[in-house]
Design a protein around this ligand. Structure first.
Ligand code: AMP
Ligand code: MG
Length: 404
């Protein structure tokens, strides 16, 4: 058996980010920027008002209350063609450019406007720059907006849009083919014959791939024979950036997955000191990484989480490739097995009012029992030989796509 960390290092060393391409901003959410983006424009592009009110010359308000002559109104999107002289004011709406000559804004609540006389009484003295958003106050040409390696989210895309970017250079989103292998698998909803089971791994893995921000490609169930497996894996290596398959990587006698993958690619067959998900295969068919996950439904998910997901995120150019870990207080006894393996147990729980996670062990911890995995908020990590008793701290890996 090898340590999980060694398996990690081995495969992450063989993984490179995909190439970077120009991507329209409209398609860039969730992609990773490949080069630092600098501004070419000012934001705001012109001095404008942060409030609805009256544009004034601050010096005119020194002896407030004062009455000023109103010479116009400026809406957002509009601009004043004439400048403001001493003793004058202009009505102005939030976002509208300050008229030349004005240097401050008095909010409407501190004024009294007489529309008939076109006069405004300004009740307070304001300083120069009052409620004015100066040109370039947020961004100036040359400013760094987003560093290379940024995972583009709403705020980043908004900032890029605010300075007129319509494309960015970003790493390509990996297209990940998902294959189920096994003669026992059925996915057409028909009644099961004796010996058959329904394929659940493809559904979970396609969903995990999509949740990881990749493009999932459903490559179906492939029967456990050389011809079908050879065709499926070679086609997948041509058409995908990575392949995630489940089944056929353990010691089974009728598994042709091993034979075929060894012929097609450079594979390493591993026995990792973890439970579940001990058997794992990784290799390259040409340039295409193949992740051979175990067939048991929980094992395939845990194996994806611990090994395939970080590697796929690296392909997508991401730098933060691991799920968040926390220390939690366990309500139950966990671990205590002397089998030399780190145990990843399905637990549920949440932070208490002090923010401290409290977790309990779910029933049905077998690697074939997917229900507990479906209910799990986290995997508790119990190192080989350790026993966690109620009230002890245990490390957990947070799962799922919800904000943690
Ligand atoms: P294997 O890794 O192929 O030896 O499979 C281990 C166990 O996982 C067996 O009980 C299989 O029937 C089961 N299994 C394999 N593939 C799937 C799948 N796609 N969906 C559900 N169970 C599976
Ligand atoms: Mg099998």
């Amino acid at each position: 058996m090898i340590f999980l960390e060694d398996a990690h290092d081995y495969l992450l060393n063989k993984i490179r980010p995909l190439e970077a391409l120009p991507v329209p901003l409209s398609e860039a959410a969730g992609l990773v920027l490949s080069e630092t983006a600098h501004a070419l424009e000012l934001v705001p592009p012109f001095a404008n008002t942060a409030m609805d009110g009256f544009a004034v010359r601050a010096a005119d308000t020194v002896n407030a209350p004062v009455t000023l002559k109103v010479t116009g109104a400026i809406a957002a999107g509009d601009y004043a063609s004439k400048s403001l002289a001493t003793g004058q004011a202009m009505q102005i709406m939030t976002g509208a450019p300050l008229p030349p000559g004005a240097d401050a804004v008095v909010m409407v609540e501190r004024t009294n406007f007489d529309p008939l006389k076109q006069e405004v009484e300004v009740q307070i003295t304001v300083a120069e720059g009052n409620h004015v958003r100066q040109a370039g106050e947020d961004v100036r040409p040359g400013d760094q907006l987003c560093a290379a390696g940024t995972l583009l989210g709403a705020g980043h895309l908004g900032v890029l849009a605010s300075v007129g970017f319509d494309t960015v250079r970003a790493f390509r989103r990996p297209r990940v083919g998902v294959i189920s292998t096994g003669d026992e698998l059925v996915d057409d909803g028909a009644p099961l014959k004796l010996g058959q089971i329904r394929d659940s791994n493809r559904r979970t893995l396609l969903t995990l791939v999509a949740e990881s921000g990749m493009v999932p490609l459903d490559l179906g169930i492939i029967r456990d024979n050389e011809a079908d497996l050879t065709r499926a894996f070679s086609n997948a290596a041509e058409s995908c950036d990575a392949i995630v398959s489940s089944g056929g990587v353990s010691m089974g006698e009728f598994d042709f997955v091993k034979v075929v993958l060894d012929r097609l690619g450079e594979m390493r067959w591993m026995q990792i000191a973890i439970k579940p998900a001990k058997p794992f295969a990784f290799g390259l068919i040409g340039q295409t990484p193949v992740f051979g996950l175990p067939g048991n439904p929980v094992s395939s998910m845990v194996s994806y989480e611990l090994l395939a997901r970080p590697a796929l995120l690296k392909m997508a150019g991401q730098q933060c490739i691991h799920r968040p870990r926390r220390l939690a207080v366990s309500r139950d006894t966990l671990g205590g097995h002397d089998d030399g393996k780190t145990h990843f147990l399905r637990v549920c729980g949440k932070p208490d009012e002090t923010g401290r996670w409290r977790v309990g062990k779910l029933g049905g911890q077998g690697s074939h029992q997917l229900t507990a995995m479906a209910q799990a908020d986290a995997l508790a990590v119990v190192p080989a030989g350790q026993e966690i008793t109620p009230g002890d701290e245990v490390e957990i890996i947070l799962l799922g796509t919800v904000m943690q």
